[in-house]
Design a protein around this ligand. Structure first.
Ligand code: C5P
Length: 415
């Protein structure tokens, strides 16, 4: 299932060099299943041609309110009525000022004003020079647009086309896409703080060698993304993996199980949901050598002794028992564990749920999922087990987040 299947997006382009990113954005929207109607201001046409946008959107591009192709001469009405959202990317400083005042002297501003505001949300991705962005007039306009119900996306930071460096770049196409998908997601975890562990841990033997496992971190990263889409503030404590950080998720990188425990303990106070997806090493070498252990030519092999690592999930669940409830009452914490098994999933997962002292445990077959983009889950709680059939990890993560929201918050408290 594509993330924007069935959605119709009016993509508005205003004048700015970031128009080049709108081409990629248009392509990504179409790839995710949306139909895209491009509307450009005259200034935008100085930066990118309507032909490019037409080819990428597969639809004629509109630029003028006097467009003779519309039999009733009302493109501002015709183009805005069946949209699921109007997305202005890039939104110039001038265009935002126009929106704010309800000006309507070109097709794009006219159709923004004429849209049925209750059913067609307006989302803007600002793009401008850092001085323009920082100017009190622009900041005032941004605040007022938000107060008027417009969704103003963040700006990026970094090198600008003018040669200066600072805030005001338009977000990258993939970031805008992620924000748009999140925008359409029901906010079942609004106001919640979700802490997720993901990936393997790495337990050093010496400065160049260590013990790890085949966990890719994909499931935990997908859960962090899905939780953010559902409106939560998300912190992701990640073992050594090179996956990109999901949009608007706070990431803490760790290596060993003990580092992971420290990072979790630093964030657990604020958390209302804790999802322990990480494949934490059960044991670590009893001592890690300061220097590389060398072969001495004798044929002797080094003796490795192990000691047990802390169980992060059990530590968190047990230390909270009696202090903070499991459900979503203020100050409560809902803990979710994962079990990667090779066989007898139900019995192992049920036993693990009781042993760890958590309300929900998610079982999966380790060898069938490590490194893969899809998986199948078994959700085990006090009531029994539910199978979630094989699907992409992102789809599973979204289903899991819905199940967590239902259990942690109860139907009455969902937003
Ligand atoms: O490794 P095990 O099967 O016991 O993992 C079950 C759950 O406990 C997982 O959610 C995992 O993230 C968590 N865990 C942990 N710290 C450990 C071992 C496991 O948090 N040392």
């Amino acid at each position: 299932m594509k993330d924007l299947a069935g959605k119709h997006i009016v993509l508005g382009l205003t004048g700015g060099i970031a128009c080049f990113k709108a081409a990629e954005l248009c392509r990504s929207l179409v790839k995710e299943g949306a139909t895209v109607q491009v509307v450009m201001t005259e200034a935008a046409e100085h930066f990118i041609t309507p032909v490019t946008m037409q080819a990428l959107s597969n639809r004629p591009v509109y630029g003028s309110q006097w467009d003779p192709r519309e039999p009733n001469s009302m493109p501002h009405i015709n183009l805005s009525r069946d949209a699921d959202a109007i997305l202005i990317a890039p939104a110039s400083a001038d265009f935002m000022a126009k929106l704010l005042h309800g000006r309507a002297d070109d097709l794009l501003s006219l159709l923004c004003l004429a849209r049925p505001a209750a059913s067609v949300p307006l989302i803007v991705a600002p793009a401008m020079n850092r001085e323009m962005w920082a100017h009190p007039a622009t900041q005032r306009n941004v605040a007022q647009l938000k107060a008027d119900g417009v969704e103003v996306l963040e700006v990026g930071q970094g090198e600008q086309a003018c040669g200066e460096t600072g805030d005001g770049r338009m977000l990258e196409a993939d970031e805008i896409l992620a924000d748009l998908i999140a925008f359409f997601t029901p906010k079942v975890l609004a106001g919640q703080h979700v802490l997720v562990t993901a990936g393997p841990t790495y337990e050093a033997i010496d400065p160049v060698r260590g013990i790890t496992n085949l966990s890719s971190g994909k499931m935990g990263f997908a859960i962090a993304r899905a939780a953010r889409e559902a409106g939560a503030d998300v912190t992701l404590v990640a073992g050594p993996v090179s996956l990109p950080t999901p949009r608007a998720v706070g990431r803490v990188n760790v290596k060993s199980a003990r580092d992971m425990l420290t990072a979790v303990q630093a964030h657990i106070e604020q958390a209302t949901v804790f999802v322990a997806t990480a494949a934490v090493a059960d044991w670590r070498p009893a001592t890690a050598a300061d220097q590389k252990i060398k072969k001495d030519g004798s044929g002797d092999t080094p003796e490795l002794r192990f000691i047990e690592n802390p169980d992060i999930l059990a530590t968190v669940a047990q230390s909270l028992r009696g202090q903070r409830g499991f459900r979503g009452e203020p100050g409560g914490l809902f803990c979710v564990g994962f079990a990667a098994e090779s066989h007898d999933l139900l019995s192992h997962a049920s036993a693990k749920r009781t042993r760890k002292g958590v309300p929900l445990l998610v079982g999966n077959i380790g060898p069938a999922t490590f490194g893969q983009d899809d998986n199948a889950l078994l959700l085990v709680d006090a009531q029994g087990a539910i199978e979630v059939p094989r699907a992409s990890k992102l789809e599973l993560a979204r289903k899991l987040i819905a199940e967590i929201a239902q259990r942690a918050l109860g139907p009455g408290q969902k937003q």
